[in-house]
Ligand binder design. Structure first.
Ligand code: SF4
Length: 271
């Protein structure tokens, strides 16, 4: 793959924690089981439309607001991802490795890939042929849901996990630092275009705190509006970009989940 990076991005090439391959794992995930990851993003930098201070990959190197803003050549080709997946799955099938899911995630926001829809088609065909029992899923921040082709591609997957960490603009800005012109209400307005979704919500304390009663109330109002299949609440378990952040106490997470479930009727689990 031919990749081009600026000098400032070069400093991050040795950053630890980024996935150096197109396919990684399988990793044991409490939410997705034995999950094989697909990283359709640059291998050496984080490319995302969010810059969450809690991100396990550090601060965002290539901060782009939308599909088409990053040069096409920084992304792996659809053919390269498909070939890497096929090779990995053939090995896993022959050595009998259990797999529960194949998940689009990786070093940032996977739907920013300029050929995301084609990529999903190729991955789905390989899954159908080699491991039809394994579900396809994605972790997304939802920044590209206004693209009809992204929505259609997401609906080809079995499970869509969408990030929602706050319901009010101030806290959303603090906890996700979304690239303008990200607008939460615009994102939510497109969610009915998804077959369904699960919301993933990270709660942290410290310099940024999205666990206060008032902030949680605004978040619950958005959960009620979205009506997801379920909400997954969790907290830090890896070193965040902003080292001053702290994990939310388990008791607080459970109280938030209880309040959300009682108010909205949506199943809310703590991970
Ligand atoms: S959306 Fe995910 S990859 Fe992007 S900055 Fe936030 S946690 Fe990191």
């Amino acid at each position: 793959m031919d990749q081009h990076f600026s000098a400032s991005q070069g400093a991050s090439l040795i950053r630890r924690g980024l996935f150096p391959t197109l396919i990684y794992g399988p990793v044991v995930s409490r939410r997705l089981g034995m999950s094989l990851g697909i990283n359709p993003l640059p291998l050496d930098v984080k490319l995302c439309s969010f810059n969450c201070p809690y991100c396990q990959f550090g601060w965002t190197d290539m901060y782009v607001g939308d599909v088409g803003e990053a040069p096409d050549e920084v992304f792996p080709s659809v053919g390269a991802v498909g070939a890497a997946l096929e090779e990995t799955l053939e090995k896993r099938v022959s050595d009998g490795t259990r797999l529960d899911s194949i998940t689009f995630a990786g070093n940032g926001e996977p739907t920013l890939h300029p050929e995301f829809a084609e990529l999903v088609d190729v991955v789905a065909a390989i899954r159908d042929r080699l491991v039809p029992q394994v579900k396809l899923s994605i972790l997304t921040c939802g920044s590209t849901l206004h693209h009809p082709e992204v929505l259609r591609a997401l609906n080809r997957l079995d499970e869509r996990q969408v990030k929602l960490d706050a319901g009010d603009p101030e806290t959303l800005w603090a906890v996700n630092l979304p690239h303008p012109p990200f607008d939460l209400d615009r994102m939510i307005a497109h969610i009915p275009g998804l077959t369904d979704c699960i919301l993933q919500s990270m709660f942290v304390q410290g310099r940024v705190d999205n666990t206060t009663d008032e902030v949680v109330a605004a978040w619950i109002a958005k959960v009620a509006q979205i009506r997801p299949l379920a909400v997954q609440a969790y907290t830090l378990d890896r070193i965040p970009a902003d080292k001053s952040l702290e994990p939310a106490p388990r008791a607080r997470l459970h109280a938030i989940a209880r309040r959300c479930q009682e108010t909205t009727g949506v199943a809310c689990e703590v991970y």
